[in-house]
Write a protein that binds this ligand. Structure first.
Ligand SMILES: [Cu+2]
Length: 643
């Protein structure tokens, strides 16, 4: 890993600043309850002078080898969370604090705390500290953190350069900086915290499961292109599992085992009393393929259930919305478990599971993307079966997008040429730089310096003309796709990365430039409420309580030193028609995470207009046919490592 770390000793224990439990009321917070928010830090950070409240003997026994991908464990942990959520708020905090102090490093305890606090009416809207701060051993190589001194600081340069200079032995390691970004792990972890597979499914959960992971793949492939790697290849039952898994991976984490290169998928593996058998997963996959061909799934009574992307997503994951688990199994979740136990499928040697076992470590492992590419291949059977959007589904009368361009906010770039489809290039800039982060392992407080990707903040500028007599409330759908030598739109369809989705009003009979900052993007996680901010009472209602959303530093692909060409594309449609309800809003990290307790705000299929087979040969053709859209070639320039 590229983490550069050093030990940082704090003389004054920060826990001393913690408020006294008795002084805090647990009233239901209206917007932000700063005192209660401070209070819940006790649930997430071990206190060296902790005095146990309940000392429940059960907490002393070892905890389950927990994974959200096992249905039985998920039912148990959610039942426990329900019990906790029914307690008085101060009791809830006391019980969870006891657990945390017994098992400071446990992923199970962190997960239980997050879902229990979310289920409890008084703590539901609080800002929880990022998991990378509260269980750092799931995110960072704590062995290195515990070491002190000059050696690591001296090695910092070389470590950072490894991400710039190519590694030849296993070229997949050239993307360690991306896969191992702590923000990516946070996003994936929190997505699965808020979309558990064993709770009644949320609005369009199956479709969002498919779309969010499809976007992870689109972004991963753009990064692969940037470092000269081919697109990710599926690895699953019937598609690759007969051969070997080329990629090895060492996460350098206490919690996970590593995997050597060239392993094979076992004939079976077991988790608890369940046995997972690849040949059965293959049969289940074939049943889904038949369902897609027939356009219906079969429920346990033999009834036909019309196939939608949502139903397919639920059935594939599988979550509670699955149409028939007996028939279609639990393919996605079982794949995670099977691949994570590949080192010791019979649990003969008590080897720890690999990264695929946990949602906060899985995205580090190259096999995560190969597995999800397999899952997405099934989803894409359906997408490519759908009738392409007709021109009239895409157009909006009276609205014209005249131009789209990018302006760099920090550097003077070539002046934008304000005509659609112009050849003038707009540039985006990325670089790597060390970044300090404070984390809270078992003891005290440690500062980690981690080399991460960053980019220059920019604006998308969209010149829109409204020839209608009335105001138009418009939704702007902004995408970015790397340019390819083959410009066929159907082959590029899955390359489109969502950059932003937002609403703006254009007055009737006017023309205006809509300018939107990149850091406002609807794919991004809102700025985290860190432990320090929570402690200082600096939490605002702008901070998302849930931590779900794309890492802010990875909004755009890295690009290349010479400049990677990409197409910026915007489609503007009528929000009055597209909004799920009159109160729906595209705010927060809505694109990949939806809205807590609300309908997914945008009625259009997720990924629209790239959610199905394309009815145009090229992007240019689509722009020409749809006046309320526009595209522009941009270039992403990687400026290397900034010390
Ligand atoms: Cu996932």
């Amino acid at each position: 890993t590229q983490f550069i770390v050093f030990f940082f000793v704090k003389l004054a224990y920060f826990f001393r600043k913690m408020p006294n439990l008795d002084s805090v009321s647990c009233a239901c917070p209206k917007t932000v309850d700063l005192e209660l928010n401070k209070e819940i830090l006790k649930v997430f950070i071990k206190d060296v002078e902790y005095k146990y409240k309940n000392l429940v003997p059960a907490h002393q026994v070892s905890l389950p080898r927990f994974t959200v991908f096992d249905e039985r464990q998920m039912r148990a942990v959610h039942a426990e969370a329900e019990r906790l959520a029914a307690l008085d708020c101060s009791e809830l905090i006391a019980e969870l604090s006891d657990l945390k102090n017994w098992h400071p490093d446990s992923g199970y305890v962190d997960y239980l705390a997050r879902i229990a606090l979310f289920k409890h009416k008084d703590t539901r809207n609080l800002t929880l500290p990022p998991a990378s701060q509260t269980i750092p051993s799931s995110f960072f190589d704590m062995d290195k953190v515990q070491r002190k001194g000059k050696l690591l600081l001296g090695a910092a340069k070389g470590q950072g350069m490894a991400t710039v200079v190519k590694i030849e032995v296993d070229p997949e390691q050239n993307l360690n900086w991306w896969r191992e970004d702590p923000g990516l792990a946070e996003h994936h972890y929190n997505w699965h915290v808020y979309y558990p597979s064993t709770e009644p499914e949320k609005d369009r959960q199956g479709e969002l499961f498919a779309y969010m992971h499809e976007q992870m793949l689109a972004r991963y492939n753009a990064e692969r292109l940037g470092v000269g790697l081919p697109p990710v290849v599926p690895f699953g039952p019937g598609i690759g599992w007969d051969g070997i898994l080329t990629e090895g991976y060492n996460p350098n984490l206490e919690k996970c085992s590593f995997r050597p290169a060239a392993m094979s998928v076992p004939e079976s593996t077991s988790i608890g009393s369940r046995i997972i058998v690849p040949s059965i997963m293959k049969t289940n996959t074939e049943r889904l393929a038949i369902a897609i061909a027939r356009n219906y799934l079969e429920d346990p009574k033999g009834n036909k259930v019309e196939l939608t992307m949502d139903k397919l997503g639920c059935t594939m994951e599988a979550n509670m919305g699955s149409v028939n688990k007996k028939m279609y199994g639990n393919i996605h979740n079982d794949g995670h478990v099977l691949l994570s136990l590949i080192n010791d499928p019979k649990n003969a040697y008590n080897i720890k599971a690999g990264p695929m076992y946990h949602t906060n470590t899985a995205p580090k492992d190259p096999v995560f993307y190969r597995w999800h590419k397999f899952v997405d291949t099934i989803f894409d059977d359906l997408r490519s079966n759908l009738t392409p959007h007709k021109v009239e589904d895409l157009t909006m009368e009276g609205i014209e997008v005249k131009s789209v361009w990018i302006e760099d906010l920090t550097e003077v770039d070539s002046p934008p040429n304000r005509f659609c489809q112009d050849v003038l290039t707009n540039r985006l800039y990325t670089w790597m730089a060390p970044e300090a982060q404070t984390v809270f392992p078992d003891q005290g407080e440690v500062t980690i310096t981690n080399t991460r990707m960053h980019h220059e903040t920019f604006t998308h500028n969209i010149k829109v003309k409204n020839t209608l007599m009335e105001d138009a409330t418009l939704v702007f759908r902004v995408f970015l796709a790397p340019a390819k030598s083959d410009d066929n739109l159907e082959t590029r369809r899955k390359d489109f990365i969502e950059l932003d989705r937002f609403v703006d009003v254009i007055e009737g009979g006017t023309e205006r430039i809509v300018s939107r900052r990149s850091d406002e993007s609807s794919v991004l996680v809102p700025p985290a409420g860190t432990v320090q901010q929570i402690l200082n009472g600096e939490i605002t209602d702008q901070q998302a309580p849930c931590g779900c959303g794309w890492p802010r530093n990875l909004l755009i692909p890295r690009g290349t030193v010479a400049g990677m060409r990409a197409d910026l594309y915007v489609l503007v449609t009528n929000w009055k028609e597209d909004a799920a309800s009159s109160s729906s809003q595209l705010s927060g990290s809505v694109s990949y995470c939806g809205k807590i307790d609300q309908l997914y705000p945008d009625k259009r299929p997720m990924g629209f207009p790239f959610d199905r087979a394309m009815g145009f040969d090229t992007l240019e053709d689509m722009v020409r046919a749809v006046p309320n859209s526009c595209s522009r070639e941009v270039e992403i320039v990687f400026k290397g490592l900034k010390e």
